[in-house]
Design a protein around this ligand. Sequence first.
Ligand code: FES
Ligand SMILES: [Fe+2]
Length: 350
Amino acid sequence: MKEQTITLKNKQNVDYPKECTFSKEDWEVLSKYWFPVAESREVTDKPMPIKLLDVNLVVYRTKHKVVVFRDLCVHRGTPLSMGWVEGDDIVCPYHGFRYGTDGKCTSIPAHPDAKISPRLCMSVFPVIERFGLVWTSLLGKEDNLPHFEAWEDDNFQQIVCPPFDIKGSAGRQMEGFLDVAHFAWVHTESFGDRNNAFVPRYQVDHTDYGLHVEYLSTVSNYPKGQQSRAPEDFKWLRVFDVYPPFGATLKVHFPNDGELWIMNAVCPISARETRLFVPIARNFDKDSPIEDVYAFNLQVFTEDSEMVENQKPEELPLDLQMEAHIMADRTSVAYRKLLKKMGLGAIYTS
Ligand code: FES
Ligand SMILES: [Fe+2]
């Protein structure tokens, strides 16, 4: 049989998705940044469908690396997440095409002798595995991963809370993480206190990566029932670092030099769906059950999500005239200005 060449005009770059929930302008800005898409421990040789900025992707692990492709076989559009991994290849379940980790098709079982065009290739996205998470980027142009020194520190225990899904926008969620006036109201069951609603003045500094905020108050970070562990006059320092568009860390200083680090790592699945990943590190209570950490954080996330899922408009208004601001909102006002400076629209859709 004569050798035949199987070719295809395949675009490597991902285009603005059909029925995208983001405006084209916002989507183009956001697609340059890195976002967490899965916990490292859930990425195995079983291909898993994920979604980022309305683009369907598949993530899986071979013996050598973690791979992220578009979840769409270039032959007939079958999701590769329905397939399986064999060695370093992923196999499409429809006609058995195989693709290597570089995206190139390595086998077409219907024509075993045909030469395969290098253009028969999946769109491959870059991957970073860090803080117990798999991060990817549609365009991979910016360096926006948060710094989280405690993750590498042996004096700290590292924990990744199970991902938490929110029917709301990433911008609203992020702003909630940075908000210090809601503790007394939203978190009354977990750690806040209605009688301690006052927000002392604090400062917001601009940095090369985003924002740095130090907030000193009497709001305890111990769960209800444990709050007597802190001396009565203890002042709680919370240090926020913001890595726009949707990354932030919070370091809470506990009594006796205790430190709790919390990362807010957000995947904007769509403009109305957000998956929250939360790597945590602590240098105290390291022997207490991890399930207690999961349970406490789940309670806090649930309290927060009740607000975020009901705010209107769903998107974060970057036009500062659209909502009222108080002194306690200094961080969120600075955050909104940053997003605007990044090129996101005034009627921002996430
Ligand atoms: S659709 Fe994937 S091999 Fe045909
Ligand atoms: Fe909160």
